[in-house]
Ligand binder design. Structure first.
Ligand SMILES: [Zn+2]
Length: 248
């Protein structure tokens, strides 16, 4: 398995851009498509040493993971694209990958488990450093996301191979850190509502303090994701776009 960076560096995607993973062997396969950077495609081709790329598996439809598909299909016209659960186990390299539904960061999010090695290709489910944005107004769901984290923890993978940042060698510790972080954030959101905040923007100001402007939007989405989860659980409600707790 080779980690081949997609070369779309940014403050969001990381210093070398998204991770894509190449599995060489009988059925050469790539996990995530990148963005079609020519250097990325050349690096894949040279690692394949003349063999055609057969399959690309997509973790989810955000542009940094899929927008490279047309360029890949132009280079390898017989390429098969897998982006739903329907396919069942997928031949990849000299092994099989099992697709697992892990929605939350997006509705369509999949992870791919290599049972033989215990590797889990986890897309944007988590990353070793920093946090994952739950874009509540664009298909994100915190409730689904937490279920997905628990599902993955239960599978007990040996390593996590995320779409951004380094490979994770101690999955339980990182997954627990994520679960704990969200519990803590939820507690802060509830406290903030009880203290009189009524909008995501007011809660962001109270919970996060001063944020660089570039992060304010993501923080607002994250707070909204928490509010919607609390609403789904009957613990908060919105009245004319103002939020309040439901005390029982
Ligand atoms: Zn994403």
């Amino acid at each position: 398995m080779l980690l081949i960076p997609a070369r779309n560096a940014s403050s969001w995607t990381g210093p070398t851009g998204n991770n894509t993973y190449l599995l060489t062997g009988r059925v050469p396969a790539l996990v995530d498509a990148g963005v079609g950077n020519p250097d990325h495609i050349e690096e894949i081709a040279s690692a394949l040493n003349g063999a055609p790329l057969a399959t690309v598996l997509i973790t989810h439809g955000h542009s940094d993971h899929v927008s490279g598909l047309p360029a890949l299909m132009e280079r390898w016209p017989a390429l098969t694209v897998v982006r739903t659960l329907d396919a069942g186990p997928i031949a990849a390299g000299d092994r099989e990958l099992e697709p697992i539904a892990t929605p939350g960061h997006s509705r369509d999010h999949l992870s791919f488990l290599d049972e033989a090695s215990g590797d889990l290709f986890c897309g944007d489910l988590l990353r070793a450093n920093g946090t994952i944005v739950i874009p509540a107004s664009r298909g994100g769901s915190l409730r689904q996301y937490l279920d997905s984290l628990r599902r993955i923890r239960h599978l007990n993978p040996r390593r996590l191979l995320p779409g951004h940042g380094p490979i994770v060698d101690d999955p339980p510790r990182v997954i627990d850190r994520y679960l704990h972080h969200r519990e803590e954030r939820e507690r802060q959101v509830i406290e903030s509502l009880r203290a009189g905040a009524t909008t995501p923007a007011e809660i962001v100001a109270g919970v996060y303090g001063r944020l660089p402007p570039v992060l304010v939007g993501a923080a607002g989405e994250s707070v909204l994701a928490h509010l919607i989860k609390l609403e789904e659980e009957g613990r908060a409600r919105r009245v004319d776009d103002r939020w309040e707790t439901v005390e029982t």
